[in-house]
Design a protein around this ligand. Structure first.
Ligand code: ZN
Ligand code: ZN
Length: 345
């Protein structure tokens, strides 16, 4: 069976005709298999949704109880039959509950990895290499210039700055699902045990992480805390909040931003980021290429991001490769908008 008869890109997303489902559909469909909770992958309005328990819970937190007509929680490693195919979820290492979806039809296996990273993350299950015939990879950081380095070293820079400027507040922009919790966990691993303050938009999802057994230490809402009391503290906020009038509540804040894009100095300057921290929940160039090799796939489909260089890299190694040209998937960090009711928190 040809791989394109098993999975093919359509306007709604990646369609599995023999299985009767779409993966991470961007439009409402009858049956959706969802890789993780970020809003460009997990959208409301589908008939049935199959996802990990964590992804389902995150969708419920964001969209309310009626985000789908029916849901089915799938565990990592559990095999499910859908129509003429079998699917299996494997950890993607991207955020809590994130999964790669292996779709097998007869003896052809395609792995749709969603977003993934091979770097360590204390807040989610580690990425698992899944041998397959066709590997579908993201390419958010699909250029050789992107090398993320060690996230712990970036967190040390933040702590050094806090020690250097005890009279200033540190305001760290971090995407509220995944990145924020990972940064807090990394701070704890470095021995930082003071309370970490949270913007209101971060509270629900962060407490959800705690409820799933991710230890994050003392957390406090920043709302209602006196300006002077925020000197020498660290507050996490959605990236968009770190550049608006909301920041006036902090004493002379040092603005930091945790993102893979911080490797690009112009981006940091553009956003007025004083302390750029290169911390990403996506694989960097080395991670992408090492993962492609490790899967043993003879064919690679590249999606949302910078496809060209990765397609070229694959072809130079004798692998069949093509961009998928799926639309509707963004860069979650650039697109996070704080809801009006959360903005004042
Ligand atoms: Zn994502
Ligand atoms: Zn994505």
């Amino acid at each position: 069976m040809r791989p394109q008869d098993i999975l093919m890109p359509v306007t709604a997303g990646l369609c599995c005709k023999p299985g009767g489902f779409h993966i991470d559909p961007v439009r409402p469909v009858e049956r959706a298999v969802i890789t993780h909770g970020h809003s460009d992958h997990a959208r409301p309005g589908h008939g049935a949704v199959l996802a990990t328990q964590e992804t389902l819970d995150m969708m419920r937190l964001r969209y309310g109880d009626n985000f789908a007509r029916a849901t089915q929680a799938v565990r990592y490693g559990e095999e499910i039959r859908l129509g003429d195919v079998r699917i299996k979820f494997h950890p993607a290492g991207h955020v809590l509950g994130s999964a790669q979806v292996a779709v097998t039809c007869k003896d052809t296996c395609i792995v749709a990895s969603g977003d993934y990273k091979d770097a360590t993350d204390p807040t989610c299950a580690p990425f698992e290499v899944v041998p397959c015939d066709v590997f579908i990879t993201e390419a958010t950081f699909g250029l050789p210039v992107f090398r993320h380095g060690n996230a712990a070293d970036e967190v040390k820079k933040l702590l050094a700055s806090v020690a250097l400027f005890p009279e200033r507040a540190h305001l760290l922009g971090a995407y509220s699902l995944g990145k924020a919790q990972r940064v807090i966990a990394l701070l704890r691993e470095e021995g930082y045990d003071a309370p970490v303050y949270l913007h209101g938009a971060m509270e629900k999802i962060t407490h959800y992480y705690e409820s799933r057994g991710v230890a994050l230490g003392a957390l406090r809402p920043v709302m209602g805390v006196k300006k002077a009391d925020l000197a020498g503290t660290i507050t996490l906020a959605p990236p968009s909040a770190t550049s608006d009038i909301w920041t006036r509540r902090f004493p002379d804040p040092v603005t930091a931003f945790a993102s893979g894009w911080m490797r690009v100095r112009a981006r940091a300057r553009q956003r007025g980021v004083e302390l750029p921290l290169v911390i990403s929940d996506h694989a960097d160039w080395d991670g992408l290429t090492a993962t492609i090799e490790a899967t043993g796939a003879g064919e690679v489909w590249v999606t949302h991001g910078q496809e060209d260089a990765l397609v070229h890299w694959c072809k130079a190694r004798g692998l069949a490769a093509r961009p998928l040209d799926l639309v509707g998937y963004g860069d979650e960090e650039e697109s996070e908008v704080v809801a009006a009711d959360e903005a004042e928190a």
